[in-house]
Design a protein around this ligand. Structure first.
Ligand code: PLP
Length: 392
């Protein structure tokens, strides 16, 4: 184990403070380290492994695709890209998809698509309104719209033309609107920012403002999307369809892939040949992963399962919150839940790890629970037992 840790520490730029665990394999909702220790996984590789580990149907598809072809570039067509795009169109209700390799790139593309839209319409608009405590990724464009100063300050100057508003505060958004505003970007449920769901009123208000002012609405569904809230995408539960949306994390079940998608009306005035591109994006392997992931989600009705499991988890967490002095509040929807705690959150994460439970933190001293979406009640009970024992 130490050999892997030393080797990694020596070789990498020191950007991550990792836990001293070397994960080797996974099965269902459990992970195993090189020492053979088993962990119940309520992290899912940061909300990525929705189908858990070792899904044989998915693995077979990936193996077959590796044997056939993994990369083509976008100079040519391939056999899985169209299928994956069709699958995402079906579950998002969007009309046009662009594949990226990560969430950050999906955001970057969404921002470019919005700028191009304003440019082609000749509106002279270029400003973005983003939310405080948001997280949209780590490229200069994505950090420019991320509402966390620690992520921005060392890399200034940021992209010009970004204004921040308070999440769930429509007046604060209205105060940032100018005749230069081209898009409003938000997560329907803020993940990194501390598990804050948008209010119905806020989502409807944003949609209304955008319609009235000719502004595009961009939803970042990278963490809260793909079934996690008990809707395929979080915005769907509010009935507020964005013009552009970004996806990643769970859409490829662990194969690195992201996408942004837009309505036909937006696409008509947006990116054209030569405007945007990527070498890997939409490669046959990534698209095989997306197409199969969507197929399994639909056939197994993962979204209904999340609603049931999410309700069970919510009930258990609420009961614990009611009797705990340490937990201030439970927040979240479905299988993306946060517990705001009164002691440093790191203590709990470490204690859980010792006891074989993987949980993560979010901003604002929050324990974040984002298990594989296939989690069952017995796993939730197992997690609750550990959580209760470390909350004492
Ligand atoms: C993880 C995340 C991103 C960035 O995705 P990467 O794949 O890490 O680049 C962007 N937005 C949200 C809401 C995320 O949770």
């Amino acid at each position: 184990m130490n050999q892997y840790i030393e080797e990694t520490k020596k070789g990498l730029v020191h950007t991550y403070n990792r836990f001293p665990v070397v994960l080797e394999r996974g099965e269902g909702v459990y992970l195993y380290d090189t020492e053979g220790k088993r962990y119940l996984d309520f992290a899912a590789g940061i909300a990525v492994c929705g189908l858990g580990y070792g899904n044989q149907e998915l693995n077979r598809t990936l193996k077959e695709q590796i044997d056939a072809l993994t990369h083509t570039s976008n100079l040519y067509y391939n056999t899985t890209c169209g299928k994956a795009a069709g699958a995402l169109k079906r579950i998002t209700g969007m009309d046009r998809v662009f594949f990226t390799n990560s969430g950050t790139e999906a955001i970057e593309g969404a921002l470019k698509a919005a700028r191009k839209y304003a440019w082609k319409k000749g509106t002279g608009r270029y400003e973005f309104i983003a939310m405080e405590d948001s997280f949209h990724g780590r490229s200069i464009g994505a950090v420019s719209v991320t509402g966390s100063e620690a992520y921005r300050t060392p890399f200034e100057p940021m992209l010009p033309g970004v204004r921040f508003a308070k999440f769930n505060d429509l007046e604060s958004v209205k105060a940032q609107i100018t005749d230069r505003t081209c898009a409003i970007i938000l997560e329907p449920l803020q993940g990194e920012g501390g598990i804050h769901p948008a209010s119905q009123e806020f989502m409807e208000g944003i949609r209304e403002i955008c319609d009235k002012e000719g502004i595009l609405m961009i939803c970042d569904e990278i963490q809260c999307g793909m079934g996690r809230t008990g809707s395929m995408f979080a915005w769907q539960a509010y009935g507020t369809k964005p013009d552009i949306m970004a996806m990643a994390k769970a859409i490829g079940s662990g194969i690195p892939v992201g996408a942004f998608a837009m309505t036909e009306e937006t696409a008509e005035y947006s990116l054209e040949p030569g405007d945007h591109g990527t070498t890997y994006g939409g490669n046959p392997l990534a698209c095989a992963a997306v197409a199969k992931t969507v197929e399994i989600f639909e056939r197994e009705d993962i979204v209904s399962h999340v609603r049931k499991a999410g309700a069970y988890l919510t009930e258990k967490l609420d009961a614990l919150t009611a009797k705990s002095d340490v937990i201030e509040e439970r927040r979240g929807i479905g299988l993306i839940q946060g517990l705001k705690v009164r002691k440093p959150v790191g203590e709990f994460i470490n204690k859980a790890l010792e006891k074989g439970l993987l949980i993560i933190s979010a901003k604002d001293n929050v324990i974040r629970l984002v298990p594989p979406l296939i989690i069952e009640e017995k796993h939730i009970d197992e997690m609750m037992n550990i959580l209760e024992s470390i909350m004492k």
